[in-house]
Ligand binder design. Structure first.
Ligand code: UFG
Length: 342
C-alpha cells in the first residue's frame, strides 16, 4: 500500500483519480481549497486538507505530517478563455504552484510526480493524430502555463531525480460508471454538460461555436476521453515512474467526434432533442484535436474501457439526471446566453 498527495482531488478529474486510488487500497491525502472542488466528491477514507496549494507554509506542514510515495497535481486554473483575459495570473499561478509543490516533494524525499497537462500545448496542430513529440506552440496562456510547468519538471528530474509523468489530457468527459461522481463546474464551459443541460431544459439552448471548419460537417472535432479511463492512465503512469524515468503521454481515445456528433449522441441517449443555435467560432479553438495514444498503450498497457462516445455521454447523462444541481444541490446558473470560454 502506498500514500499519495492529490492536489485538486475534490475537482472533476482529481476526484475520479482519488476514487481509483482508494479502490486499489492506497492512502490518499487531498489538498483542495474547494473553490472549484466539492467536499462530497472526495472518496470515503481520503483525508481532506482544505487549503490553497499556493500556501507554501501549509505545504511544508503537509509534507512534515505525512510521508508520500507520490504527488498528483490537479489543482490549477484551467479555462482557456479566462487565460486569454488574465494571462499573467494563469502563467504565474500554474507555474509557481507546480514548482513549489515539486520542490516540497524533492525536499521530503518523494520522487514521483504526476502533472495534469493538456492538449493545449500543441496549439493548432498540423498533423492528426497528435504524437507526444509534435511541436509545442500553445495559442493560449493556459497552454503556455502547462508547457512551462512541464519544462520545470524536466529540470527537477535532471537536477533532483524527481520523476514526473505529464499527462496531456484531450477532452476529459463522462462520469463514474457507478454514478458516484460526475462533472460539476462553475462556470460550466464544456460541451457535453452544456448539451445535456440544454436537453434537460436547465440551461439555455447550446451555441455551436463555428460551422465553417474544414471538417466533414463543418464543426470542430475533439477526442472525448472518459474520465474513468483518464483516472486509470494516472495509476498506470505512477507505476511506470517506479522504473525511474520521466514520461510524457497524450491521453485520448484516438477517435474524433464533431460538435454535431456529440449533440446527436446526447439526443439519442437522453431521448430528448438538444436545442441549439449556430454561432461564430470561439477564439483559439483548433479545428481538430485527436490524440495518438500508442506510447501510453505500449508503456503502460492502458486501453480505454469506456471508449465509445455513447459510453461517455451515457455516464454523464445518468449522473446529471440524478444531480441536476450538481454536488452541492445549488441550482445551476441560468443565464441569457450559455456560459462559454471565448
Ligand atoms: N463547444 C461549442 N459550444 C459550447 C461549448 C463548446 O460548440 O457551448 C465546442 C468547442 O468550440 C469545441 C468543443 O465543443 O470545439 C469542445 O469544447 P470544450 O469547451 O468542451 O473543450 P475544449 O476542447 O475547448 O477544451 C479542452 C479542455 C481544455 C484544453 C483544451 C485543449 O477542456 O482544458 O481542450 O484545446 F485546454
Amino acid at each position: 500500500m502506498a500514500r499519495f498527495l492529490v492536489t485538486g482531488g475534490a475537482g472533476y478529474v482529481g476526484s475520479h483519480v482519488v476514487l481509483a486510488l482508494r479502490e486499489r487500497g492506497d492512502d490518499v491525502v487531498v489538498l483542495d481549497d474547494l473553490r472549484q472542488g466539492h467536499r462530497q466528491a472526495v472518496a470515503a477514507g481520503a483525508e481532506l486538507v482544505v487549503a490553497d496549494v499556493g500556501d507554501r507554509k501549509n505545504l511544508t506542514e503537509i509534507f512534515a505530517n505525512w510521508k508520500f510515495d507520490g504527488v498528483l497535481h490537479f489543482a490549477a486554473l484551467s479555462l482557456v478563455g479566462e487565460s486569454m483575459r488574465e494571462p499573467l495570473r494563469y502563467m504565474a499561478e500554474n507555474l509557481s504552484n507546480t514548482l513549489w509543490l515539486a520542490e516540497a516533494a524533492v525536499k521530503a524525499g518523494c520522487d514521483r510526480f504526476v502533472l495534469s497537462s493538456t492538449a493545449a500545448l500543441f496549439g493548432l496542430p498540423e498533423i492528426i493524430p497528435i504524437e507526444e513529440d509534435a511541436g509545442f506552440a500553445p495559442v493560449s496562456a493556459y497552454g503556455e502555463s502547462k508547457l512551462m510547468a512541464e519544462r520545470g519538471l524536466e529540470w527537477a528530474d535532471r537536477v533532483h531525480g524527481l520523476r514526473s509523468a505529464c499527462l496531456r489530457y484531450f477532452n476529459a468527459a463522462g462520469a463514474d460508471p457507478q454514478g458516484r461522481l460526475g462533472e460539476d463546474h462553475t462556470p460550466e464551459t464544456h460541451l457535453i454538460p452544456l448539451a445535456i443541460d440544454a436537453a434537460l431544459g436547465i440551461r439555455p439552448p447550446l451555441t455551436v461555436f463555428g460551422t465553417d471548419y474544414d471538417t466533414p460537417d463543418g464543426t470542430a472535432i475533439r477526442d472525448y476521453v472518459h474520465v474513468t479511463d483518464l483516472a486509470d492512465a494516472h495509476l498506470r503512469a505512477l507505476d511506470v515512474l517506479k522504473q525511474g524515468r520521466s514520461v510524457r503521454y497524450n491521453v485520448g481515445n484516438g477517435n474524433g467526434y464533431s460538435v454535431l456528433d456529440v449533440i446527436r449522441m446526447v439526443g439519442e441517449v437522453s431521448g430528448r432533442p438538444v436545442p441549439y443555435a449556430e454561432g461564430p467560432r470561439r477564439a483559439g479553438d483548433p479545428a481538430v484535436l485527436v490524440a495518438a495514444n500508442a506510447r501510453l498503450r505500449r508503456d503502460t498497457g492502458w486501453s480505454p474501457r469506456y471508449g465509445s462516445l455513447e459510453q461517455v455521454v451515457r455516464t454523464a447523462w445518468t449522473w446529471r439526471q440524478k444531480h441536476p444541481h450538481g454536488f452541492d444541490g445549488v441550482a445551476a446558473t441560468m443565464s441569457a446566453t450559455p456560459v462559454a470560454e471565448s
